[in-house]
Design a protein around this ligand. Structure first.
Ligand code: SF4
Ligand code: ZN
Length: 716
C-alpha cells in the first residue's frame, strides 16, 4: 500500500503532466496559427458554421468573441499567462481549461482552413440545430446522457462493444482521438442518427464536446456568456455528460481530462490514476466501463431486455432505411395500411397475446410493398378513450427503436420498412408486435394492465378494418378540433424543459400546444394521469379569467410564478406583447413582431435561410430567452389555432412565413382565414419566394392590401 508521501508524489506527477500538456497544446495552437496567418493574413475571418456562439467555450467562459485570426493571438497570450507550474489541483484544473480553449483554437483554425480529419467521416463541430435536436431528445428521455470517448481502446473490438453498449443504454456517444479510426474499422454505424458521432481523430477534437456542454448552458440554461461560474455550475448540475478516457495517459490527455473536470464533467479512465478529485474514477474492466461512467455522472441508463433478434433502443430512432437496404415495405401509399389503438374492457384483452393474421415475412417475396394493419387493444383501470391517440402516436417511435425497422407518419398514412439484414437475423412480423407490447407495457404501466397486438397482413381483412379505423380517426379529430379553452375546467403544464431552461413553463390548453409541438392537450392530460404532480405535466384549475381576450388567469399566473421560481409573475396566453409565455430552446417556430411593418414574421426551424428580419432562425433562436415581449417561440399548430395571438389581431397579423411552413399548414390556414373573414389572406402572406428584405415586405404589404394595414400598432 502506498504511504502518504508516495500518493502525494503521484498526485503531483499528474498535476505536472496536466500543466505540461496544456503548454504543449498551446504551442501547437501557436504553430498552427502562425502557419494560418502566413497563408491567409491576420485579418482573415474565422469561425464555425451554424452557430450563434462564435468559439463557444471561449465565448461562454469569457463573454468575448473572436472574429479574425489576429484575435486568436490574444487568446493564446492570455491563456499562457494563466499557466502556473506549481503542482496543485487548482493549477491543474486551470491548465485543463487552458488546454480545452487552446484545443478550440486549434479546431477553429482547422475548420477555417478546411483541414478535414484524415480518417473516418468525422463531424467536427456540432452545429446549433443539431444541439437543439439533441436537447429535445435529452428532455424527452429518448437520450439519457452523453458519453465522450477520448483516446484509444486496447482493441478495435473493445471500442465497438463500448459504443454499442452506450447506444443500447440510450447514451449519445461522441468520439475523439484514435478511437474514431477503431470504430470505423469495426464498422460501427456512425452519425447523429445512430447516436454515435466521431468528432475528429485529433485529441483536440474533444473541444467540440466541451463547447456542446457550454452551449447547452447558454441556450437552454439562460446563462449569459462571460458568467464563468454559472456556466461551470450549470454544466456540473444539469448537463448529463461524462468523459471516458481509454488508453495510456500522456500529457495532452491528462490536461484535457482535467479540462473536462474543471468544466464540471466527471472523468473515468481505464488506467490507474491517483484519486485527486471525487469525479475522477478508475475502471480497468471494460465490461463495467459504461455502467461505472453512468454511475459517476448519475445517469440512469436504460435497461434493454426484449427477446428480439435485432437491437431495440431509442438510439436507433433517427436512422433511415433506403430502398436498397429494404427487404419489404408496408403501406406508404403503395398498399393499404393502418395502425389503431383501442381501449377495451379488461375481459376483452389477453395480456401479451401477439397474433399475425395472414402471411408472415417468409411468404412475402423480397422487394414488394404489402398491406398491413396494426391493431393494438389495451385495457386497464386507468385507461380512458382520450388516451388512445396519445398511445397510438407512440407506435411511430417504438417501430423506429428497432435497429432494422423503420416507420414514418401515422394512422392510415403509415409507412413501414423492414431491412434485409433484419430478415436475415430472423426478424418477423410477430416481433413487431412484441416491440409494441413491450414498450407500451413498460411506459404506460400506470394505466395499462393488458395489451394485445394483432398484425393483419391479409389484404381483405386490412381493407375491411381500414374503413372502421378511418371512421374512428375522423371522430377523434372532430372532437379535438372542436374542443376550446372555454369548454374545459383544467389546463396542464409541461415542465420537462426545466432540466435545461430552469424557469421555463409551457401552459398547454386545448387550443395551445407545447412550444416544441410534441405535447398537445391530450398528451399533457395523459402525462398527468400517468405521473401525477411528480411529473412534468401538472394540473391547473382554470377558474375565471382576469382578461379573456388576452388569455390571463389568476390560477395560471400563480402557477407560472411559482414554477418559474418567481422569474415570471404574469403571462398572457393569447398575446405576444407585454407578458408572453416563456420560450425555452425547443420551439418549432418563432413569431417576431416587427413595428416597421406592424406585422408578425414567423421563422421556422425547418427553414435555415435568410428572412426579412436579416436574421436566420438559428440567430433569432439565440436571442430569445424566457419571457421576451414581441417575440415568442411556439409550435407550428399554434399558427392555425383560433387563439393565435387573438389579442393582437390574430392570424391577420401574419405578414411573412417560410414557404414550406405555409404550405404544410395550407388547409387549416385557409379555414382559419375564412373563419376570420379574410378569405384571401393565405395568398397575401409573403414568403422567401416573393420577399427577401424588410423593404420588399413593406412594399408587398401595400401592394396586396394586406389586412395588417387596418390593424392598430402594437407599440402604443
Ligand atoms: Fe419543453 Fe414545453 Fe415541449 Fe414540454 S411542451 S417538452 S416544456 S417545450
Ligand atoms: Zn424546451
Amino acid at each position: 500500500m502506498p504511504c502518504q508521501n508516495d500518493s502525494k508524489r503521484e498526485a503531483d506527477d499528474v498535476f505536472t503532466q496536466a500543466v505540461e500538456g496544456a503548454v504543449k497544446t498551446l504551442n501547437l495552437a501557436e504553430e498552427m496559427l502562425s502557419k494560418a496567418v502566413k497563408g491567409l493574413g491576420s485579418d482573415f475571418d474565422i469561425g464555425y458554421t451554424g452557430t450563434a456562439y462564435n468559439l463557444p467555450t471561449y465565448y461562454g467562459l469569457t463573454g468575448k468573441r473572436a472574429e479574425k485570426l489576429r484575435d486568436l493571438h490574444h487568446i493564446i497570450e492570455g491563456l499562457r499567462s494563466c499557466i502556473k507550474p506549481q503542482p496543485s489541483l487548482e493549477n491543474a484544473l486551470e491548465a485543463g481549461l487552458t488546454a480545452l480553449i487552446a484545443s478550440e483554437v486549434i479546431e477553429v483554425i482547422g475548420h477555417t482552413r478546411r483541414i478535414v480529419p484524415s480518417t473516418a467521416p468525422s463531424l467536427g463541430f456540432i452545429q446549433d440545430h443539431t444541439l437543439r435536436e439533441l436537447g429535445v431528445k435529452l428532455v424527452s428521455g429518448a437520450v439519457v446522457g452523453i458519453a465522450v470517448i477520448l483516446g484509444k481502446a486496447p482493441e478495435v473490438e473493445t471500442a465497438r462493444k463500448i459504443c454499442e453498449e452506450l447506444r443500447a443504454k440510450g447514451l449519445l456517444c461522441l468520439l475523439s482521438g484514435p478511437v474514431v479510426e477503431q470504430v470505423f474499422k469495426a464498422e460501427v454505424k456512425l452519425g447523429p442518427d445512430y447516436l454515435t458521432v466521431p468528432l475528429g481523430d485529433r485529441l483536440t477534437s474533444i473541444a467540440h464536446a466541451a463547447n456542446l456542454a457550454v452551449r447547452v448552458a447558454l441556450s437552454f440554461g439562460g446563462v449569459k456568456p462571460g458568467e464563468k461560474e454559472k456556466v461551470l455550475e450549470y454544466v456540473k448540475l444539469k448537463v448529463p455528460v461524462v468523459v471516458i478516457s481509454l488508453g495510456p495517459l500522456d500529457e495532452t490527455t491528462v490536461s484535457l481530462g482535467f479540462g473536462a473536470i474543471a468544466l464540471g464533467i466527471p472523468l473515468l479512465s481505464d488506467q490507474w490514476v491517483p484519486r485527486v478529485s471525487d469525479v475522477l474514477a478508475y475502471e480497468p474492466d471494460y465490461g463495467r466501463v459504461v455502467d461505472k461512467a453512468c454511475e459517476i455522472r448519475g445517469i440512469k441508463a436504460r435497461k434493454v431486455d426484449v427477446a428480439l433478434p435485432i437491437g431495440f433502443s431509442p438510439a436507433f430512432e433517427g436512422k433511415r432505411v433506403r430502398k436498397e437496404q429494404m427487404y419489404v415495405e408496408f403501406g406508404g401509399g403503395r398498399a393499404p395500411y393502418f395502425e389503431l389503438i383501442l381501449a377495451r374492457g379488461l375481459d376483452e384483452v389477453e395480456d401479451g397475446k401477439v397474433r399475425v393474421i395472414g402471411a408472415e415475412l417468409d411468404a412475402l417475396p423480397e422487394g414488394g410493398a404489402y398491406p398491413l394493419g396494426v391493431l393494438v387493444e389495451v385495457a386497464g383501470h386507468g385507461m380512458e378513450k382520450d388516451y388512445e391517440p396519445v398511445l397510438e402516436r407512440r407506435i411511430h417511435e417504438i417501430i423506429n427503436y428497432g435497429e432494422e425497422t423503420w416507420h414514418i407518419a401515422q394512422r392510415d398514412a403509415g409507412w413501414l420498412r423492414i431491412t434485409k439484414e433484419g430478415f436475415r437475423k430472423g426478424f418477423r412480423l410477430h416481433h413487431l408486435g412484441l416491440m409494441i407490447y413491450t414498450a407500451l407495457r413498460r411506459d404506460y404501466g400506470e394505466i395499462l394492465d393488458k395489451v394485445q397486438v394483432t398484425l393483419l397482413s391479409d389484404e381483405e381483412k386490412v381493407v375491411e378494418m381500414l374503413e372502421t379505423a378511418r371512421r374512428i380517426y375522423a371522430s377523434r379529430d372532430t372532437r379535438l378540433m372542436n374542443l376550446t379553452d372555454e369548454q374545459v375546467e383544467e389546463f396542464y403544464s409541461c415542465l420537462l424543459c426545466q432540466s435545461f431552461a430552469s424557469n421555463h413553463v409551457c401552459i398547454i390548453t386545448p387550443e395551445r400546444d407545447g412550444l416544441c409541438g410534441a405535447q398537445n392537450y391530450l398528451d399533457a392530460k395523459t402525462g398527468y394521469r400517468l405521473q401525477g404532480a411528480a411529473g412534468p405535466n401538472r394540473l391547473i384549475k382554470k377558474g375565471e379569467p382576469l382578461n379573456a381576450l388576452k388569455g390571463e388567469w389568476k390560477s395560471v399566473n400563480d402557477f407560472v410564478n411559482k414554477e418559474s421560481h418567481m422569474a415570471v409573475p404574469r403571462v398572457h396566453l393569447y398575446s405576444i406583447i407585454g407578458y408572453p409565455t416563456t420560450s425555452c430552446g425547443c420551439f418549432e417556430c418563432i413569431s417576431v413582431y416587427m413595428p416597421d411593418c406592424n406585422g408578425l414574421i414567423i421563422l421556422s426551424r425547418d427553414y435555415p435561410g435568410e428572412t426579412p428580419l436579416g436574421m436566420r432562425f438559428s440567430t433569432q433562436a439565440g436571442i430569445i430567452r424566457g419571457q421576451t415581449p414581441g417575440m415568442l417561440g411556439h409550435s407550428k399548430r399554434w399558427i392555425v389555432s383560433r387563439k393565435f395571438f387573438r389579442a393582437d389581431g390574430g392570424i391577420k397579423r401574419i405578414v411573412w412565413m417560410p414557404h414550406e411552413l405555409k404550405g404544410s399548414l395550407k388547409q387549416d390556414f385557409k379555414r382559419r382565414c375564412v373563419e376570420e373573414g379574410v378569405p384571401n389572406l393565405y395568398d397575401k402572406v409573403a414568403d422567401e419566394t416573393v420577399v427577401k428584405t424588410l423593404d420588399d415586405l413593406t412594399a408587398w404589404i401595400r401592394r396586396v392590401h394586406h389586412p395588417v394595414l387596418e390593424l392598430p400598432s402594437l407599440m402604443s
